[in-house]
Design a protein around this ligand. Structure first.
Ligand code: FAD
Length: 397
């Protein structure tokens, strides 16, 4: 293998490039990115970068000289528009092509947008540095921000906007914030956290109409309420970026379908990060994970697979979110849990465990960092739910 192309210049792509060099690959490595910036970190975009504005150098995943030092050719501001797996060529939007012997797909996900309607005001999303800067420009103390969707990104924006002295209302279709990811009990804890900071989360409710009024918007909710907003942001999830693979033979279905070692349906093509859907042997299910640590670990593993050193990727997913003084850390899987044990220690600390098939599958810890490693090990070692739930009752007395 002489030439490896990586499509997607972000977390998974950079770690794939780094792992290729660390594994001793000496051929050409080309990193192709639709964005104009060198790869940067996204988690600060809804937190400190939104609050205080953070210089690009601080967000960059690697210093500019790292690419030259590691002989990584970058093609910035160039989106891949088509893949020809017979000729092993990636076609870019400027009409040029990059030939490869091995390919890493790391095109991540894009923020979902609400369908646009006549007279609709701009509804912002937050995925890129550009989105974060644009939103920061719009947020002014005393204004009313309405967020549609109480997922992680929506709630992080809510917490940041409160620190910027905006009034904040969140509209959520589910019974509680985060309920799809973490269940109603943990969702209720987050709802109370936000209420203590002056944020109202209106649950079991949808936005029926949004109309422009002056520089702002008027939203009509399904419960009949009308909200006047200065700024509206949608945090309604993200979709894997796969349309450029149409017709290539690379199988997609809510992401790039991968084997457990992150190889795809086409030889010489692997995938990693938010875009990859793979069979995780630990949970015995196909999953796609939109978290930072997963993108790092999969970028590395996909590079190993491409170089012929592949193994099944059975990592325990890990995720964090910071909202106000709450530092939440999550390990494992909570979706499809049949057992949930919540230990509410107090307003500031929470531990919740998730079980399925008689095994412990996931754990949430808020401001209880020392418990996390223990649960990660329990999930990895497939400890019985009854054993861990019993030990759980000892936490916090
Ligand atoms: P992405 O970061 O989505 O990068 C994909 C790259 O590919 C992008 O640069 C994109 O422009 C490029 N691309 C797409 N299509 C093409 C194409 N056709 N041709 C060329 N390039 C293309 N995770 C946590 O665990 N904790 C957090 O607190 C947290 N906070 C977050 C806050 C925000 C605001 C966001 C947006 C994400 C957050 N995440 C967090 C998630 C984490 O950042 C992602 O899981 C991670 O960025 C995924 O990396 P990736 O490389 O797979 O994809």
């Amino acid at each position: 293998m002489r030439r490896i192309a990586i499509v997607g210049g972000s977390l998974a792509g950079v770690h794939a490039a780094e792992a290729l060099r660390q594994q001793g690959f000496e051929g050409d490595v080309t990193l192709i990115s639709a964005e104009n910036e060198l790869p940067y970190d996204r988690p600060p975009l809804s937190k400190e970068a939104l609050l205080s504005g953070v210089a690009m150098e601080k967000l960059s995943l690697r210093a500019p000289e790292w690419y030259a030092d590691n002989a990584i050719t970058t093609r910035l501001g160039n989106a891949a528009v088509q893949l020809d797996t017979e000729r092993r060529t990636v076609l870019l939007d400027d009409g040029t092509a990059v030939d490869y012997d091995g390919l890493v797909i790391a095109t991540g996900a894009r923020a979902r947008r609400l369908p646009s309607t006549r007279n609709a005001p701009p509804v912002q999303v937050l995925r890129s540095i550009e989105d974060s800067l644009r939103l920061r420009e719009r947020l002014r103390p005393g204004q009313h921000l309405v967020l549609i969707g109480a997922g992680f990104i929506g709630l992080e924006i809510a917490a940041t906007a409160r620190q910027m002295d905006l009034d904040v209302t969140v509209v959520e279709v589910g019974r509680a914030p985060l309920s799809r990811a973490l269940g109603d009990e943990v969702g209720d804890w987050f709802r109370a956290l936000h209420a203590r900071h002056g944020v109202e989360i209106v649950c079991t409710c949808t936005v029926e109409t949004i109309e422009r009024r002056g520089d702002g918007a008027v939203l009509t909710l399904s419960n009949g309420r009308v909200l006047n907003a200065d700024v509206v942001v949608a945090g309604v999830g993200a979709s894997p970026v796969t349309e450029w693979l149409d017709g290539s033979g690379v199988q997609t279905a809510n992401g790039v379908v991968c084997h457990s070692d992150l190889s795809t349906s086409v030889p010489g093509v692997v995938a990693a990060g938010d875009v990859a859907r793979w069979y995780n042997p630990l949970f015995d299910e196909e999953i796609r994970v939109e978290h930072w640590t997963n993108a790092v670990e999969q970028g590395r593993r996909a590079a190993h697979t491409l170089l012929g050193n592949g193994e099944a990727f059975g990592a325990v997913p890990y995720f964090w979110t910071d909202q106000y003084e709450a530092r939440m850390r999550f390990v494992g899987r909570a979706s499809a849990a049949t057992e949930v044990a919540v230990k509410e220690l107090n307003d500031d600390r929470l531990v919740a465990l998730y079980g399925r098939d008689g095994l412990v599958r996931g754990a949430v810890c808020v401001n209880v960092p020392r418990e996390l490693a223990r649960y990660r090990t329990a999930i990895r070692d497939q400890v019985l739910w009854d054993d861990i739930a019993q030990a759980q009752s000892a936490i916090g007395g």
